[in-house]
Ligand binder design. Structure first.
Ligand SMILES: Nc1ncnc2c1ncn2[C@@H]1O[C@H](COP(=O)(O)OP(=O)(O)OP(=O)(O)O)[C@@H](O)[C@H]1O
Length: 141
């Protein structure tokens, strides 16, 4: 369950942002919250770094990088949506059980799973030519 923000850590502000830097600060804080609150997000972040290193090592082409970028950002966007849904549901229902709260949270989690499935398919298609020879070598030893 998503925990409520600790009010004492923040200077309370409910008015509109007054300038770009203030808005940017809050947006970056939002990205930070995603990394702090969602353990899955930290795993996705690590996986993206591994893909980045492997892609650089095998020398992926421009269009392959484009697909990898789409896959990575699809997962990140799904995690954003998941965290937004969890936070809003918790804000509204608190610790009460509601069937619609379950539907909202389960569908949001399903969106992340679908995005991860998409990323796995993209990764398999792109890295297959580099990884398959190694697998074949190991299997035929
Ligand atoms: N208020 C509620 N009413 C009904 N079901 C709930 C409620 N809160 C949580 N659940 C159920 O518990 C599951 C896990 O809750 P929640 O999403 O808060 O946990 P989580 O560990 O933060 O999830 P995630 O791994 O997706 O970040 C939900 O997918 C939902 O099925």
């Amino acid at each position: 369950m998503t925990m409520a923000l600790q009010d004492k850590e923040h200077t309370p502000q409910i008015e509109k942002n007054t300038n770009f830097l203030q808005a940017l600060g809050h947006a970056l804080e939002g990205i930070g919250q995603l990394l702090v609150r969602e353990r899955n997000m930290r795993f996705h972040f690590l996986a993206a770094i591994v893909v980045l290193i492997f892609g650089l090592k095998v020398g992926l082409g421009r269009s392959d990088w484009l697909w990898v970028t789409v896959a990575v950002f699809t997962v990140i966007m799904a995690e954003f949506v998941n965290t937004i849904v969890e936070s809003i549901v918790d804000l509204i229902v608190g610790d009460e059980y509601y069937t619609l709260a379950k539907v909202a949270k389960d569908v949001a989690a399903g969106a992340v799973l679908a995005a991860v499935g998409f990323a796995v398919i993209i990764g398999a298609l792109i890295f297959e030519p580099y990884v398959w020879p190694w697998i074949k070598m190991i299997l035929t030893r």
